[in-house]
Design a protein around this ligand. Structure first.
Ligand SMILES: NC(=O)CC[C@H](N)C(=O)O
Length: 729
């Protein structure tokens, strides 16, 4: 029974770090070599085609067919020179990954031969069958056909031998079926809204870009051990496993020397990433044993998110080359740190100003405060929506412990910015301010230190933390497509900025001076948003009580959290900002509910199988061995001596027996609960049933298995143990 485990352990003992092929020159020499970037476009495109693409990227203009044809020719020429034989549209459907279907460049030539061909039509649009991708109700209501359409703002690249073109994915009737379409809409909306507000401070601002710097946390597990854990293979997390006596108690993994095998893997990933123009910068050991992190320099949010998805894909592939498997699940191991994908988010102007960086003078600092305070308000008003964007069946295991934030959404501002808001609240009076009062306030605003102490990771319990020149949305999970969080965040902030501008303009129209109008509106926002500000310990029991007093919501389960998407006020928010129509939201939410149900269902099925096929037989075998031993003792020794010698064993036999019975009984009950839940017609009700009636069995059954793991002969235990999964590298 335990053969597989020991064979795996044997195999691992012989592992050597894999030597990698390194480019010999400087990273800057080969950075982006597989990307059809500006430099290559200049070389391979006519001047007008180049301009058509840059205008589309910078101003959102449409690229006509003639130009698209020219771009396609240039792309094809470059791709073929670099070894490409195929092309694909690459998109982000509502699954946990990306999608691609490769087509060769070949077409029939006149004389029965083949030639390489690619056209503007093929570049601009394709028609994959949408019916095998999740779409919620949209697919049933309309047609199975879907379109992918070229996103020129994210450059094409070569992946192995395929020219890969980032695209959006929409239904026949134009509804978004992916993450990228609404993300682009949200980025466009925040551009407009933030530019409007920037105009109060600098007329030269004509464009505001949202930026993203993601931090990807992950675990690496040796391939052989991974293969011996069906739960890891099928669900991405361990559904059972007793804690290792030593795991992260000594804080000795975080930032410690990177193991050689892992270091080789990281170098390999970085090499590939550089060729693909992904600016990966930081690598380190994370807190849990065998947990690591990779983070790039921030980029424009849409590109950064494409790069994150691409990076996850190459990390998975390269991990295999190094005989590892990578785990992106938010909580692969109970009891130790899980993995997040902290989203560092900021806004910057075409004039080079980071709107979340304190400036050099009162004017730029007032702009900085304007953006910070409006962001506070957006988070406060949309806390339920923000939570819905990050809370999934897997992330739910991570939140609320081990340096991951709780599911109560709050904002950490740090002492300096908090003090500045308090000061403003006091200094802005309800009547017209005197010139002296205004000067004094401006002077104070000018005193914000230009570089606020780096708050990064200062408060690891905060879901949304100001870290000196950006906000860090820490609640986002490691497995997630960042777009889910970014769509909500950018829409919420854009909407708030529009409201802010409307209010300030109304004051100005009434004759109030611009500065004073801004002060007045900011003051009301500071007062309104006090409940969402929290710099303390997000894990404390007191915070839960305090948050309740403040009226903040505290929702820990996925079905109730997802319901936020269907609230009338939030549907309206998406509609008025042009992000989703009602059909799109309903379709998307249905997909999320289905995903939740499926994932719990799969976990429950896997656990039931392992319990009955691996664990129970092992326990029975061990129990039989104990019984044999007891019978032999009884034969050899007189009654009294026998009892003193075998007493402990008799208890053990009973203990093993009781766990076996409990596992079998609970497994039956769990299967019955699943059948009952499956009969529930409505998807929301079904997800609730799964959450309340099926999910609890996972912990319950696990508990018995973990107890058995502690008492059953190690030689017989079939699954690699936590200590093996976590410490072998
Ligand atoms: N060092 C850290 O910031 C740990 C973060 C933690 N892994 C999380 O789940 O978010």
């Amino acid at each position: 029974m335990a053969q597989f485990r020991f064979k795996a352990l044997d195999e691992v003992l012989n592992r050597k770090p894999i030597e990698i092929e390194r480019e010999n020159n400087l990273v800057s020499d080969y950075y982006g070599m597989l990307v059809f970037d500006q430099a290559k476009m200049k070389k391979y495109l006519s001047r007008e085609a180049y301009k058509a693409v840059t205008d589309a990227v910078e101003r959102g203009t449409i690229i006509d067919r003639k130009m698209a044809d020219q771009v396609a020719q240039g792309m094809k020429a470059w791709a073929i020179e670099n070894g490409a034989t195929h092309y694909t549209h690459w998109f982000h459907p509502l699954t946990d990954g990306t999608a691609e279907k490769h087509d060769a460049f070949i077409v029939h030539g006149a004389d029965g031969s083949v030639i390489e061909s690619f056209s503007g039509t093929l570049l601009a649009q394709q028609e994959p069958d949408a019916s095998s991708f999740p779409s919620g109700g949209i697919r049933q209501t309309f047609e199975a056909r879907g379109y992918t359409a070229w996103d020129p703002s994210s450059p094409a690249f070569i992946s192995e031998t395929t020219l890969t073109i980032p695209t959006i994915f929409i239904s026949y009737t134009g509804e978004a079926l992916d993450y990228k379409t609404p993300l682009l809409r949200a980025l466009n909306t925040i551009d407009k809204a933030a530019t409007g507000v920037c105009q109060y401070f600098d007329k030269n601002v004509s464009r505001v870009t949202a930026n993203l710097g993601w931090e990807q946390e992950y675990f690496l597990i040796d391939e052989a051990l991974y293969m011996a854990r069906p739960d890891l293979m099928l669900t991405g997390r361990t559904l059972m496993g007793h804690a290792s006596s030593k795991d992260q108690q000594l804080d000795d993994h975080y930032f410690s020397s990177i193991p050689t095998r892992v270091n080789k893997f990281m170098q390999d990933v970085e090499n590939e990433a550089y060729k693909l123009g992904i600016p990966v910068k930081t690598r380190h050991n994370e807190v849990a044993p065998n947990q690591f992190e990779l983070a790039p320099i921030y980029e424009e949010a849409n590109l950064a998110n494409d790069h994150n998805q691409l990076c996850m894909d190459i990390m998975q592939k390269i991990a295999r080359r190094h005989k590892f498997r990578i785990l992106f699940h938010e909580k692969p191991f109970a009891g130790i740190n899980g993995s997040g994908k902290h989203n560092n988010w900021s806004l910057s102007t075409n004039t080079g100003v980071n709107l979340y960086s304190p400036g050099k003078n009162p004017k730029s600092n007032l702009q900085f405060l304007t953006f910070v305070i409006n962001t506070l308000k957006a988070v406060f008003d949309n806390q339920d929506l923000l939570r819905a964007s990050i809370l999934t069946s897997s992330n739910q295991h991570r939140l609320g412990a081990n340096e991951a934030p709780p599911s109560i959404i709050s904002v950490f501002l740090g002492t300096e910015v908090s003090a500045m808001l308090d000061l403003m609240e006091e200094a802005v009076v309800d009547r017209k301010m005197t010139p002296d009062e205004k000067t004094a306030l401006k002077l104070n605003i000018g005193r914000i230190p230009e570089i606020i102490l780096d708050n990064t990771d200062r408060n690891r319990t905060s879901p949304f933390a100001f870290t000196g020149n950006r906000f860090e949305f820490r609640a986002v999970g490691s497995m997630a497509n960042n777009a889910s969080a970014l769509i909500v965040l950018n829409t919420a902030v854009a909407d708030q900025l529009k409201k802010f501008k409307a209010e300030v303009d109304a004051h100005i129209e009434k004759g109030v001076k611009k500065d004073e109008a801004i002060f007045q509106v900011l003051k009301t926002l500071i007062i309104d948003t006090k409940p969402i500000r929290f710099n303390g310990d997000g894990y404390s029991v007191d915070w839960v009580k305090e948050a309740e007093k403040r009226g903040l919501s505290n929702i820990g389960n996925v079905p109730d959290s997802l319901a936020a998407y269907l609230r009338e006020d939030y549907i309206d928010l998406f509609k008025r900002n042009g992000i989703f129509n009602k059909t799109e939201i309903e379709g998307r939410v249905e997909v999320e509910y289905e995903k939740f149900i499926m994932k719990v269902q799969i976990e429950s099925r896997v656990l039931a199988d392992i319990a009955i096929n691996h664990i129970v037989p092992t326990a029975v075998e061990y129990q039989t061995m104990l019984l044999e031993n007891v019978k032999n003792l009884k034969e050899v020794f007189p009654e009294e001596e026998f009892l003193s010698l075998a007493g402990g064993r008799l208890d053990l036999i009973r203990e093993v027996g009781s766990h076996i019975s409990a596992i079998k009984a609970k497994r039956k009950e769990m299967i019955a609960a699943r059948s009952k839940a499956n009969k529930v017609e409505d998807v929301i009700d079904r997800s609730k049933e799964y959450d309340k009636e099926v999910r609890p069995f996972l912990d319950d059954i696990r508990d018995h298995i973990d107890r058995l793991e502690l008492i059953v002969d190690n030689e017989k235990w079939p699954l690699p143990k936590y200590r093996e999964l976590l410490f072998i590298r």
